[in-house]
Design a protein around this ligand. Structure first.
Ligand code: ATP
Ligand code: MG
Length: 383
């Protein structure tokens, strides 16, 4: 008998109160359904009881690759669904199928898990079913463990458990604006925001028309990769080249990066308002570069009221690189590209900028007027 279903177990949603749990679970079911629909896989998704979702499909293999990218899933198992809980029918199944499930010379164990009381105990059923299998038993460390999940709607038989990406279903935590630079860090930060249930709207600042449109193409590619987690994404592109050039000609180079970031945060907050987003996300880490000292982060953040999430705050660069390789954005991130900041900024910036001086510079260039203009000219794409 072929696998015809998948058991999906969910992560910490399980711990929530009944009301919150219902909301999270509905989001997860919808996300599973939409992800599989995008891949043209025909399925029936069933909520059957707390802690488990059942997928019924003839295309089990195609589903597995998709499920590993859906946040909120703890683990999943391709299974054979039997419309019965009867002892004799389960015995018939194991007699007819054990040779295929357990290769010769391999040891086995049978485990029964029931979600309610039946006329037999789990132990009784385990030894009864095991008695039909002509293979060596090893209850401690079996090569193959055959699990029988006895549920209200029937029995699911499986031997494998695949790990899901954990986290919470996307959109269960609300919406955020992620500042996506095209570097290594910000895609990883976006990934973590999604992992904790945020729906991510991306915002990229391009040096166009002073630089080329290369960085825009680059972030579009990155968003496409990140869309394996979130089905569709909005990407805002703000063109700031002209203003960066203006600042570069007027302002102490040691202050430039901080000034650019403050400009970006101001624009991002305005876009967040129009998008009903409740936080900004950046790929900043602590003290990774001189613009990211605790003091400078404070100076940057002080221009906005909206919370700023920095999922990478405790990560070393090496760790971030490892994650970006795993999620598939690394190869795009390292492609050479004249990025807004590298082109317009000096090699070094002050690790301890004077906030008053920064404010003076901003008055000099009439920052609020610039922000308004940038926001007005921002373009948005659906990817
Ligand atoms: P990344 O941090 O993405 O690897 P980076 O290291 O070049 O790129 P930093 O100078 O570390 O960028 O900038 C810190 C954060 O500021 C980025 O992670 C990103 O969230 C935001 N940021 C910087 N430049 C841009 C940009 N051009 N567009 C959007 N966000 C940006
Ligand atoms: Mg960085």
């Amino acid at each position: 008998m072929e696998e015809n279903s998948i058991i999906v177990r969910y992560s910490e949603i399980f711990l929530k109160s009944e009301r919150v749990f219902r909301i999270y679970e509905s989001k997860l079911i919808k996300n599973i359904f939409d992800h599989l629909k995008r891949e043209n896989v025909k399925v029936e998704v069933k909520r059957a009881e707390r802690g488990r979702i059942f997928i019924f499909t003839n295309e089990v293999k195609s589903c597995l690759n998709v499920l590993k990218n859906i946040f909120g899933i703890h683990s999943f198992s391709p299974a054979i669904y039997l419309k019965t809980r009867e002892k004799e029918e389960l015995a018939k199944f194991i007699r007819e199928n054990y040779e295929r499930l357990i290769p010769k010379n391999k040891t086995f164990a049978i485990r029964v898990n029931r979600s309610f009381d039946t006329e037999y105990t789990s132990k009784e059923l385990e030894s009864y079913l095991g008695s039909f299998v002509e293979r060596k038993v090893d209850l401690e460390k079996p090569d193959i463990q055959i699990n029988f999940d006895i549920r209200k709607i029937g029995t699911f038989v499986y031997t494998q458990i695949y790990q899901g990406p954990k986290g919470l279903p996307i959109s269960s935590s609300g919406r955020v604006i992620s500042l996506l630079s095209g570097g290594i860090d910000s895609p990883v930060a976006s990934y973590f925001a999604m992992k904790r249930g945020c729906e991510v709207v991306y915002l990229h600042f391009s040096g166009f028309p002073i630089t080329s449109k290369k960085s825009i193409e680059k972030v579009e590619k990155i968003v496409k990769v990140l869309n394996k987690y979130q089905i569709r994404s909005k990407l805002y592109v703000a063109k700031i080249g002209e203003y960066q050039l203006k600042m570069k000609n007027l302002i102490d180079p040691k202050y430039l990066i901080i000034m650019y970031r403050r400009l970006m945060f101001r624009v991002a907050e305005k876009i967040a308002k129009s998008e009903n987003a409740e936080a900004l996300v950046t790929g900043e880490s602590l003290a990774q570069v001189s613009s990211q000292t605790l003091h400078n982060l404070k100076v940057i953040e002080s221009v906005v009221k909206i919370p700023v999430l920095r999922p990478l705050i405790g990560f070393d660069k090496e760790e971030i690189i490892e994650i970006s390789k795993r999620i598939g954005t690394y190869d795009i991130s390292i492609m050479p590209c004249e990025d807004t900041c590298s082109l317009f900024a000096p090699k070094h910036s002050s690790a301890f900028v004077n906030e008053e001086k920064v404010k003076e510079f901003e008055k000099l260039i009439d920052i609020n007027k610039i922000v308004k203009k940038i926001v007005k000219e921002t373009e948005v794409k659906l990817i």
